[in-house]
Design a binder for this molecule. Structure first.
Ligand code: CTP
Length: 213
C-alpha cells in the first residue's frame, strides 16, 4: 500500500507538496493487516502512527516512492496505490536557499514517473488498485483512468468539498472492468474495511479466472 503525499524539494527549505493526509492509505493498510495480509506501507511525509502489524517504509519524493514500491511489487499479490503522488518535480533543485531578486521566479518542472504504470509493466504484475481524486465528473474520469492505467480496480472520490483530503470521512465509488459499487460516505476506517473486502473478492475472482483459462 502506498499512502500520503510526496514532497518535491525546491531548495533546502522549500518543497512542492499536496494536501493528502495519508489517512485513507493508512486505514487501508490497517484493514488489510487485520484481514490477514502481510502488508508493506510505503508512506510519504505524514503525521500518523504505523498501524499494528504493518511494515512501514518512509519516503519523501515521487522517485523515492517509485523505487520503494518497485522493490516490493515483484513479490506482492496486490498493490493498492493510495498515495497522492506529485506528477512533477523541479528539474534542478537548488543546493542553497533561493534568495529574492525582485524579479519573477520561474521553476522548470519535469514529469515524475507514473508509479502505477511502472508496476503494471512488471513481468509478474500484482493485482492493481488505483485511487482517483477528481474535482468533477468522478465516474467518467475514473473509468478512463482504470482503462488507461490498466488497473484491476479503482476507488474514486470527489475532492474539493469537505470530504477527501484532510478529512476523517470520505465517499468512495469502486469501479472495475465489469462493474461498479458505490460504497457511500463513511469514516475512512469503515470505508477501508469495505474496500479491502471488495479487493479480496475481486482478487480471488481474477485468480480463479486465470486458473481455469
Ligand atoms: N499515481 C502514480 N504515479 C504518479 C501519479 C499517480 O502511481 N506519478 C497513482 C496514484 O497513486 C493513484 C492514481 O495514480 O492511484 C491516480 O492518480 P492521478 O494523479 O489522479 O492520475 P493521473 O493519471 O495523473 O491523472 P490526472 O490526469 O488527473 O493527473
Amino acid at each position: 500500500v502506498s499512502a500520503g503525499p510526496t514532497y518535491e524539494d525546491i531548495d533546502p527549505v522549500r518543497f512542492i507538496g499536496n494536501r493528502s493526509s495519508g489517512r485513507m492509505g493508512f486505514a487501508v493498510a490497517e484493514a488489510a493487516a487485520q484481514a490477514g495480509a502481510k502488508v508493506t506501507l510505503i508512506s510519504g511525509p505524514v503525521n500518523l502512527p504505523t498501524p499494528h502489524g504493518v511494515d512501514r517504509v518512509n519516503v519523501r519524493s515521487a522517485r523515492q516512492m517509485c523505487d520503494a514500491v518497485l522493490a516490493v511489487s515483484g513479490r506482492s499479490d496486490i498493490f493498492i496505490s493510495a498515495a497522492a503522488v506529485g506528477d512533477y518535480r523541479v528539474e534542478a533543485r537548488s543546493p542553497t536557499k533561493l534568495k529574492k531578486t525582485g524579479k519573477p521566479l520561474s521553476l522548470e518542472l519535469i514529469q515524475n514517473p507514473d508509479i502505477l504504470a511502472e508496476v503494471a509493466a512488471l513481468p509478474k504484475r500484482p493485482f492493481l488498485v488505483g485511487f482517483a481524486a477528481e474535482t468533477k465528473d468522478v465516474e467518467r474520469y475514473a473509468r478512463d483512468k482504470l482503462e488507461r492505467k490498466k488497473l484491476d480496480m479503482i476507488a474514486a472520490n470527489l475532492v474539493g468539498t469537505d470530504l477527501g483530503f484532510e478529512s476523517s470521512e470520505n465517499a468512495l465509488l469502486l469501479l472495475w472492468q465489469e462493474g461498479s459499487e458505490d460504497l457511500g460516505q463513511a469514516d475512512k476506517k469503515v470505508l477501508a474495511r469495505a474496500l479491502v473486502e471488495r479487493i479480496a473478492s475481486r482478487f480471488h475472482t481474477s485468480i480463479d479466472k486465470v486458473a481455469t483459462e
